[in-house]
Design a protein around this ligand. Structure first.
Ligand code: NAD
Length: 320
């Protein structure tokens, strides 16, 4: 594949944790290509202008051109930051995603959204550019993930179940404790295939792709708020809490039954601490919710559930 693209230089972008555990994975490349590795600090804090400039500098110094390839070896931080660097460097070099977290396997590595954070706003600057290739998810990577990171990925998996698969929801309800062995490879494959199907319908996120936003309107607001007060939560955890709040709205505005609402809440509360949707918390979240990219005329755009496995998009609601 890299040969077909005329690639001569390959840069592997990874983070300190992944490099420490899996650096041997790409060693073979150096016999076939000029190869360099750039290791950045692990974690969300690296999704910034400084790290972006560092990647561009290293690509320039390496002499990379449009036929060359950046391999993004890590979680969603690496996919988002590296994807943006690759999309903008000389208007785009080839990208191969090799996801190593559950969240990246089923979500961040698929669909082409790339970004960095800016001025405390998550994913504020970015572009959509599809990766040229995504390596099939390798569940072996999950065995070294911290519990909190496994839980973060589970948040997105629960989302896919809620918007599109009552069967997956039932299977997740049967999972009593969270461990790498409990995550069935076929669940991962189904989530990837489902996301790819939705992205193919609407790559630029104008309509059908909005279905993937369930839990994310509150989720992004929570993630930004907790980041600003220096108590960061993981993406999937924020989405999980957001799904409880948006399921509550779904009861009010989309016909979700009370029985299904409590089933959703029970499953999510089994794995996450969900704070009360208090007046004080809503006051804190208000500025973030109001600047959501999907809003229109002061109304906030939610994806809601009619029932488990059946979602409705573009529900504009005045919640303040
Ligand atoms: P991450 O990439 O920061 O990884 C989380 C932690 O796990 C890091 O410390 C990392 O070093 C470590 N890690 C990675 N793989 C490992 C492994 N196999 N074993 C042990 N440790 C490992 O975070 P994430 O949860 O993968 O992704 C979160 C990011 O993804 C957020 O910035 C979020 O905004 C973004 N995101 C993007 C999209 C998209 O469509 N582009 C979708 C969802 C989330």
């Amino acid at each position: 594949m890299l040969n077909q693209w005329g690639t001569r230089r390959v840069m592997v972008l990874t983070d300190t944790n992944v490099a420490g555990l899996y650096s041997q994975h790409f060693e073979a490349l150096s016999s076939a290509f000029e190869c360099r590795t750039l290791v950045i600090s692990a974690g969300e804090e690296s999704k910034n202008m400084e790290q972006l400039a560092r990647i561009w500098e290293r690509m320039l110094d390496f002499g990379m051109d449009k036929s060359d390839t950046l391999i993004l070896f890590g979680g969603g931080t690496i996919c988002d930051l590296g994807g943006f660097a690759a999309a903008t460097f000389k208007r785009g070099v080839h990208v191969v995603n090799c996801p190593t977290t559950l969240l990246a396997m089923i979500d961040a590595a698929v669909g082409g959204k790339t970004s960095i954070n800016f001025e405390h706003i998550k994913n504020c600057i970015g572009v959509v550019r599809q990766p040229d290739y995504i390596l099939p998810a390798n569940p072996a990577f999950l065995h070294t993930l911290a519990d909190s990171e496994l839980r973060s990925g589970l948040g997105e998996m629960i989302k896919y179940a809620l918007i599109a698969s009552p069967e997956l929801f039932e299977q997740l309800c049967g999972m009593k404790t969270l461990a790498a062995e409990a995550i069935q490879p076929e669940w991962i494959e189904w989530c990837v295939a489902y996301k790819q199907k939705v992205v193919a319908l609407d790559p630029e996120d104008h309509k059908e792709r909005h279905i993937l936003n369930f839990g994310h309107t509150f989720g992004h607001a929570l993630e930004s708020y907790y980041l600003e007060i220096d108590q960061p939560v993981t993406h999937g955890e924020a989405v999980a809490i957001g799904m409880v709040y948006e399921s509550q709205l779904s009861m009010q505005y989309a016909g979700l039954s009370e029985i299904q609402f409590y089933r959703i809440k029970d499953l999510i509360c089994r794995f996450y601490d969900v704070p009360e949707m208090s007046e004080d918390l809503m006051k804190q979240l208000k500025p973030y919710l109001l600047q959501d990219k999907k809003n229109s005329g002061g109304e906030i755009n939610f994806t809601l559930l009619r029932e488990i496995g059946n979602a409705t998009i573009n529900n504009f609601i005045q919640i303040f």
